[in-house]
Design a binder for this molecule. Structure first.
Ligand code: SAM
Length: 221
């Protein structure tokens, strides 16, 4: 996967920031879309029910859909994203002094601190398979001993699949501009195996028709 595709992905989210929440969140109450919205709400309840942590790191925080919830579970939340427009909206939407924002390209990121919880929602599927191992190793290094990672995303076989060619999706914005971005629908079980090899332990995976989430611990080798 060339760096230019990863750069285009950042440009896409920078341009999409203002329309992100209107287009990304499932909000229909019935039919197939209703089932998706119910799974989404279920994931929100799971995040809402997380315990409190001394410090949380949120990767690819976007406009703050999950930042709002996470901020209720810690006094120190660090939220990273590569799109300044996303960070600006997040700050305006969440408005919480417990959150520190940093503009960071996660393909160049090296953790300089460790956290009790590292959280990412709808980010891992934008990490190309060839970079997955290195990325997850960095996530593991960002965890304190006995810390946990929480990953929420769309699994392989999701009912909401958007056509992909060579793990690339063409996405069009309201203004008609089209961007090609990475989309990898990872299989949660396979992910689990790969993460175990890197040094994670797994406590929980939940897979629905549209979304999956997993919580894994850091194994101390
Ligand atoms: C699908 S959105 C998810 C946002 C948020 N986590 C949510 O669930 O609403 C993907 C996010 O990844 C960010 N992003 C894209 N490329 C990135 C990169 N290389 N490094 C850091 N963030 C990136 C985008 O700006 C966007 O906010």
């Amino acid at each position: 996967m060339e760096d230019s595709r990863l750069q285009e992905q950042i440009e896409y989210y920078r341009a999409r920031a203002s329309e992100y929440e209107a287009t990304a969140l499932p909000k229909h109450a019935d039919g197939a879309k209703g089932a998706m919205a119910r799974e989404w709400e279920n994931a929100r309840r799971v995040v809402h029910a997380l315990p409190n942590y001394a410090a949380i790191l949120e990767l690819a925080c976007g406009t703050g859909v999950w930042t709002r919830l996470l901020a209720q579970h810690t006094e120190h939340l660090t939220a990273l994203d590569a799109a300044p427009e996303m960070l600006e909206l997040n700050r305006a939407n969440v408005g919480d002094p417990r959150v520190n924002y940093e503009c960071v390209n996660l393909f160049e990121w090296e953790p300089t601190q460790q956290y009790e919880l590292v959280f990412m929602a709808f980010w891992l599927s934008h990490v190309p398979d060839a970079r997955l191992g290195a990325f997850l190793s960095r996530v593991r290094r960002a965890l304190k001993p006995n810390g946990q990672v929480f990953i929420l995303d769309e699994p392989r076989g999701t009912k909401n699949v958007i056509p992909t060619i060579d793990n690339t999706q063409a996405r069009t914005l309201d203004d008609g501009r089209t961007f090609n971005i990475v989309k990898e629908y990872y299989d949660p079980e396979e992910l689990c195996e790969r993460m175990t090899q890197i040094g994670f332990t797994f406590v929980e995976i939940s897979r629905g028709d549209y979304f999956f989430w997993l919580r894994g611990g850091r194994k101390d080798k």
